[in-house]
Ligand binder design. Structure first.
Ligand code: THU
Length: 138
């Protein structure tokens, strides 16, 4: 993995320790690099009413917003229980696009040796209503 994402990946992987995934047994950790250089992590939190599950990426973004951070430089996602890199789900792609520009890197992998580097724009092409985002314009 590129050195600039390597420590973010380690933080995302460490966060998996706190993942709450008793139903899928599929742990996910996300590390969000904020514009000020700080890193905020998130994990997936499942629920016995399955549809209420919240993905790691969305929890990281919510935690960052809660901490007063709204601009992000990169998102790195660790999925150690997969045997291939798992990209963000469709709902997360939409939420990510609210706070990160199309050029922002999104890196996802099951290990430091098995990962993909993409971008918000690649993951959500033809982004509808992009200009309505309250955060990207300022
Ligand atoms: N999950 C995430 O947290 N992020 C992803 O990018 C893919 C899916 C979670 C949701 C659920 O807890 C588990 O992984 C299996 O889908």
């Amino acid at each position: 993995m590129q050195p600039e994402y390597s420590s973010l990946f380690d933080l995302a992987l460490e966060a998996c320790e706190h993942s709450y995934a008793p139903y899928s047994k599929f742990r996910v950790g996300a590390a969000l690099l904020c514009e000020d250089g700080s890193v905020i992590t998130g994990v997936n939190v499942e629920n016995r009413s399955y549809g209420l599950t919240i993905c790691a990426e969305r929890n990281a973004i919510a935690a960052a917003i809660t901490a007063g951070k709204k601009k992000f430089k990169a998102l790195v996602i660790a999925t150690p229980d997969a045997d291939y890199p798992v990209s963000p789900c469709g709902a997360c792609r939409q939420v990510i696009s609210e706070f990160m520009p199309p050029s922002a890197p999104v890196v996802f992998g099951n290990s430091q040796n098995s990962y993909m580097t993409s971008s918000v724009g690649e993951l959500l092409p033809h982004d509808a209503l992009h200009e309505l985002s309250g955060e990207l314009g300022d």
